[in-house]
Design a protein. Structure first.
Lengths: 112, 114
């Protein structure tokens, strides 16, 4: 199993550009999550999904959108990139909503 | 909303020293507790978890943690650290039965000097 995979690993965006961060898992997990990690701040939840077609906002959803058309994929969309979105983004999945989460390797995004 | 506090943001120890990292959470209901580790350049990995039962849980690489409900604490311990334990350590909590993700502490950057 590949586990949780994320692409790209690194990206530099100009202010106002848009992009999609890809996340896929091959463990047949229903629950998937997007977090951002800022230095000294831990990880904060952006969006989560409890199954295909169902998504909900986390603690810091502004400036992002998600979709979940399949169990495997959970892309994160940035529509108008801002410097405040410079961060490392982690995708995670879990079998149950309150159990262990498996994390991807992360995407380091810089917005200039 | 629940929150997680990690008391030590930077810890420097020598090899073979004992380690204890503090973690407190604020949620009053049933919780599930986790410690994750992030080695340099790698993604987060689970060290150990507590759902119920024996409040002293053992994880990988000789780590253990004790859940003290009355103190809302879940401190991480290791009797003798190694240089390879240099990493960022995160305490996290989910509400029992909840599906809305992990709430993380801000992390502790641990440096082990040879």
């Amino acid at each position: 199993n590949a586990g949780v995979t994320q692409t790209p690993k690194f990206r530099i965006l100009k202010i106002g550009q848009s992009m999609t961060l890809q996340c896929a898992q091959d463990m047949n997990h229903n629950y998937m999550y997007w977090y951002r990690q800022d230095p000294g701040m831990g990880l904060k939840l952006i969006y989560y999904s409890v199954g295909a077609g169902i998504t909900d906002k986390g603690e810091v959803p502004n400036g992002y959108n998600v979709s979940r058309s399949t169990t495997e994929d959970f892309p994160l969309r940035l529509e108008l990139a801002a410097p405040s979105q410079t961060s490392v983004y982690f995708c995670a999945s879990s079998y149950s909503g309150f159990g262990e989460q498996y994390f991807g390797p992360g995407t380091r995004l810089t917005v200039t | 909303a629940q929150s997680v506090s990690q008391h030590n943001h930077h810890v420097i120890l020598s090899e073979a020293a004992s380690l204890e990292l503090g973690c407190n959470y604020s949620y009053g209901g049933t919780v599930n507790l986790f410690w994750y580790v992030q080695y340099p350049g790698q993604h987060l990995q689970l060290l150990l978890k507590y759902f119920s039962g024996d409040p002293l849980v053992k994880g990988i690489k000789g780590f253990e943690a004790e859940f003290i409900k009355s103190k809302f604490s879940f401190n991480l311990r290791k009797p003798s650290v190694q240089w390879s334990d240099t990493a960022e350590y995160f305490c996290a909590v989910t509400k029992g039965g909840g599906a809305d993700g992990l709430t993380f502490g801000k992390g502790t950057h641990l440096i082990i000097q040879p």
